[in-house]
Ligand binder design. Structure first.
Ligand SMILES: *Cc1c(COP(=O)(O)O)cnc(C)c1O
Length: 342
């Protein structure tokens, strides 16, 4: 099977497993797991911050960040197809009592002026805008990279209004590798940044939140336990995270090359509509036009021929490249897609 459903399907390599089995561990709720502590230090340094917190999932990382930077009833400005809006079961409302104020961007990217226009006036009638969340790369936007200049302008608007900023950087390192812009250069503009170890970086479990020492990290630590995310000998997992951070970042370029190649192959299929130039990182969004088959029938047909991918709309599909799929398999997938979709 060539599994292009998501970069979450990656398997830990033998060397990563070896690193896990000999990791020194302790009770991380007491702050005594040396491997977790080391991973948090590496992550903070990599993003130019002074503190980091290991959490079980990307959703928990986002939700703790929202919780730590809002009061119940506050508004969070966010792009309307963000992961936090579409795929987190309304957690910002359910757990933090925050109201998401969604505005629609271009492939997930908001103009700073749009953000500014969405900030509520400070008067007795409107909710308080206390947080702006951006997503880089943008998942529903097709792996689009958030331009640094737009982030900088959004940050100065936020600062002028005393509003905090969170980055859902689940795939931040894809943006880093594609642009050559250091992670710290992105992170500088945010109060909290989350990123996933268990996607393209290839670790089995976990995400990190990075921030600076102070009240936010204290609040994040307390809420992590409240949300049930305090783990004990988590160093077994953190060892995989360290391995991923030290070895698996530069190779994301292969995934980007593979995604682009896949888009080129898809572009040769008469029934497929795809914009090759929109493939900036490891996600390919494409449409199958004029087919009598439903999206789920197409997904099933592809599965029978050995390719797994997801439908994300009635005629829209998403393929994600990752370390479990090599260049040769992409050629193979291209042939199968041609066969099944022609
Ligand atoms: C995958 C993802 C997350 C977090 O997902 P988990 O499954 O909870 O790890 C958050 N944001 C974006 C943009 C994602 O793609």
């Amino acid at each position: 099977m060539i599994d292009l459903r998501s970069d979450t399907v990656t398997q830990p390599s033998d060397m990563m497993r070896e690193a896990m089995c000999c990791a020194p561990v302790g009770d991380d709720v007491y702050g005594e797991d040396p491997t977790v502590n080391r991973m948090q230090e590496i992550a903070a340094a990599l993003l130019g911050k002074t503190a980091a917190l290991y959490v079980p999932s990307g959703i928990m990382a986002n939700q703790l960040s929202i919780r730590a930077q809002t009061q119940p009833g506050d508004e969070v400005i966010i792009e309307s197809s963000a992961h936090i809006v579409l795929y987190e079961h309304g957690a910002a409302a359910a757990l933090a009592g925050a109201q998401l104020h969604g505005i629609t961007g271009d492939r997930g990217i908001l103009e700073p002026e749009q953000v500014e226009a969405a900030i509520q006036p400070k008067d007795p009638y409107h909710p308080r805008t206390s947080l702006i969340c951006l997503e880089n790369t943008h998942n529903s936007g097709g792996g689009s990279i958030y331009p640094l200049a737009k982030i900088e302008r959004t940050r100065s608007i936020a600062q002028a209004h005393g509003i905090a900023m969170h980055l859902d950087g689940a795939r931040l390192f894809n943006a880093v590798v594609a642009t050559g812009i250091p992670a710290a250069e992105y992170a500088r503009h945010f109060d909290t940044v989350s990123f996933c170890l268990s996607k393209g970086l290839g670790a089995p479990v976990g995400s990190l939140i990075v921030t600076n020492d102070g009240p936010i990290i204290e609040q994040l630590r307390r809420s992590r336990r409240m949300y049930g995310g305090g783990m004990r000998q988590a160093g077994i997992l953190a060892a995989a995270g360290i391995y991923a951070l030290e070895r698996n970042i530069p190779r994301l370029k292969e995934d980007h090359d593979n995604a682009r190649r896949l888009a080129e192959l898809l572009n040769k299929v008469a029934t497929v509509s795809v914009d090759v130039n929109h493939v900036e990182t490891n996600i390919v969004i494409f449409d199958v036009v004029g087919s009598s088959r439903s999206a789920s029938e197409i997904v099933d047909a592809l599965r029978k021929h050995g390719v797994l991918l997801n439908a994300v709309g009635k005629t829209t599909f998403r393929a994600v490249t990752h370390l479990g799929v090599d260049a040769q398999e992409i050629e193979q997938a291209g042939q199968i897609l041609f066969q099944v979709l022609s």
